[in-house]
Design a binder for this molecule. Structure first.
Ligand code: 5GP
Length: 142
């Protein structure tokens, strides 16, 4: 699978955007949706997803990308305020070879605590009620 692939409208994030499958939502407007990663690498692992149907960084229009990064920082600030991590990574994968597993562009907000190792990318599934409680704490700071 290369970096120039056709967008699959049946991908999991398209289904979340459409409201067809549940998520622990942090924020939503007409351009982005943010929710907890179901297989978190750390507590508070949050995704920010533009609603435009694009596979990766190379496919999104400048204006939508600008909005995405501004919203990502806004939500990252709320994560910082809610959870007080020691550090925070923003991660974004392009292409299967780079580790992308869902082919709808998204930003990872990954809080880091110095004494807590990260779980592996796409590891164990978290409890939905726990994710919803964390999402509510973050949303409260928006
Ligand atoms: P990627 O590897 O494409 O950058 O990241 C996709 C992310 O989506 C992974 O971190 C994975 O844990 C997460 N993910 C996969 N399926 C689901 C799902 O059904 N719901 C949620 N909330 N996250 C998912």
């Amino acid at each position: 699978m290369s970096l120039t692939i056709a967008y699959d409208p049946g991908n999991i994030f398209a289904k979340i955007i459409a409201g067809d499958i549940p998520c622990a939502r942090v924020y939503e407007d007409d351009r982005v949706i943010s929710f907890m990663d179901a297989f978190p690498q750390s507590k508070g692992h949050t995704l920010v997803v533009p609603k435009v149907p694009v596979c990766n960084l190379f496919d999104i229009a400048d204006d939508d990308l600008a909005n995405l990064i501004v919203q990502t920082r806004r939500i990252a600030r709320a994560v910082r305020e809610a959870l007080a991590p020691d550090g925070l990574r923003l991660i974004q994968f392009n292409g299967e070879a780079a580790g992308q597993t869902v082919f709808h562009l998204h930003m990872h907000i990954l809080p880091i605590w110095t004494d807590q190792p990260l779980a592996r990318h796409g590891g164990g599934m978290a409890d939905m009620e726990v994710l919803k409680a964390t999402a509510a704490r973050i949303a409260d700071k928006l």
